[in-house]
Design a protein around this ligand. Structure first.
Ligand code: MN
Length: 443
């Protein structure tokens, strides 16, 4: 997809809050999401974020139908008349791309009639509840940061940190879709089986080492038929857009249960998503080369290798994790950044994850979510979970006010944020994936 008018950095909107330089949702972004007006009993609705508002697509198409004409745009608008984005995602890249361009034209400041026609389609974000963007049929979580894999491996297997398959196979596991929750849903500390290295028997109780994982998720758009593969040259056409994922993890439960089949209850109690799906089209100015493999690493196997993927398979996203204790909240202090990293550190590109997932004929479906795995970089400040950041609790974090953290405590808020910047492009943001930790259920 070439850069087009939707990416032009000087473009402004008649929704003036979108023109503020710090806005995550300028006219160049237009991420899709699902919302409901607070206090209403209406069905969830599809909208796009613009500045501090949500633009209700169905209302806009009713108010100014002449702005949403053309076969592909009409099909896309019709697919938005649902309580989730699955139908729009299923259409593939082109209809959503044309709808995004039509919405950009409708919100453009240079159109003298647009505000009068369409102002009634705007809802202030303060007046809505943001919901999950899609009905997620299947969720898969990968392990695509070699820095994360090496750090975690060296804690659990000091002699054998990175297993020999890592540089050949994009490692992942099939996760749990039913417990995926939208931002601002409280997360209850799970109860589970834990057994420390010096315990004779496991005990049952609230996790003592609750953690977050900062990840990027890709929503599948057009799916593939069972038995068919997705060649790497086609993988991007099956990717609708990206969101942020907090893969909450109970490390003590994980350490006891993970062998030999991998994560299970340690990761199935809650997974928090950011509400806005930033389309692959909006991300076009921020594409980057795939990870540069150091000398001595094997080349990806042929089915995971194309010149296009190597040149532009990456996405330059900056990710930040912020933490706020209940004491900080009581003192009116904002969440404190504890790490900042880049999605360009990932060993595998999203397209490689999609292609690998389907190589045996597994059918991916519109609305499925593939998460990247914890996004960690080479330095300590770039570690995307507390397990790495505190080195399994050995090097606790210090928060403003002097509190320390080995792992999360009840009342802590974890907030993931992300944005993209590039020379000559307007900065765009992802919004946040946020959740507060609640005490375990009393038994
Ligand atoms: Mn994970």
């Amino acid at each position: 997809v070439p850069l087009d008018a939707t990416h032009h950095p000087d473009r402004q909107s008649w929704v003036t809050s979108a023109n503020a330089l710090e806005s995550e949702f300028p006219i160049q972004n237009l991420p899709f999401g699902v919302f409901r007006r607070l206090g209403s009993a209406e069905s969830p609705r599809v909208g796009v974020a613009i500045g501090e508002c949500v633009f209700d697509i169905a209302v806009a198409a009713r108010l100014a139908p002449q702005r949403f004409t053309g076969e592909a745009v009409g099909t896309a608008v019709a697919a938005c008349a649902h309580d989730a984005l699955n139908a729009l995602m299923a259409l593939g890249r082109e209809p959503a791309r044309k709808l995004r361009a039509a919405i950009a034209d409708a919100l453009d400041a240079s159109d003298a009639d647009a505000e009068g026609e369409l102002a009634a389609a705007l809802v202030p974000m303060t007046d809505v509840k943001l919901l999950l963007p899609a009905h997620i049929g299947d969720y898969t979580d990968f392990y695509a940061s070699v820095y994360h894999a090496t750090n975690v491996g060296s804690m659990f297997r000091p002699d054998n940190a990175l297993l020999p398959n890592y540089k050949y196979v994009p490692i992942g596991y099939h996760g749990r879709a039913s417990s995926m929750v939208p931002t601002d849903t409280p997360v209850q500390r799970p109860v589970g089986q834990r057994k420390g290295p010096n315990d004779l028997e496991p005990t049952v109780g609230p996790s003592r080492s609750l953690d977050y994982e900062c990840e990027v998720g890709v929503f599948i758009g057009r799916g593939n038929t069972l038995g068919d593969t997705i060649p790497l040259t086609d993988a991007e056409q099956h990717m609708f857009g990206l969101c942020l994922v907090n893969d909450w993890s109970a490390r003590d439960v994980q350490a006891w249960e993970y062998q030999p089949l991998g994560p299970f209850l340690a990761k199935n109690f809650a997974t928090t998503l950011s509400p806005w799906v930033v389309t692959m089209d909006a991300l076009e100015p921020f594409r980057a080369p795939a990870f540069s493999r150091p000398d001595g690493d094997p080349a990806p196997l042929p089915y995971l290798s194309t010149p296009e993927n190597e040149a532009r398979g990456g996405v330059n996203i900056t990710l930040e994790v912020r933490l706020q204790s209940s004491a900080m909240r009581a003192r009116g202090e904002p969440p404190e950044p504890v790490s900042r990293t880049s999605f360009t550190h990932m060993y595998w590109t999203l397209a490689q994850l999609v292609t690998h997932h389907a190589m045996g004929g597994c059918n991916l479906r519109a609305g499925d979510l593939l998460a990247s795995g914890t996004v960690s970089g080479p330095t300590k400040g770039e570690r995307g979970c507390m397990l790495e950041l505190t080195w399994r609790g050995a090097e606790p974090l210090t928060l403003p006010g002097g509190e320390t953290r080995a792992f999360l405590e009840d009342g802590d808020v974890v907030e993931l944020a992300a944005w993209c910047e590039a020379p000559g492009a307007r900065r765009i943001g992802f919004g946040t994936a946020r959740g507060v930790v609640l005490a375990a259920a009393s038994s």
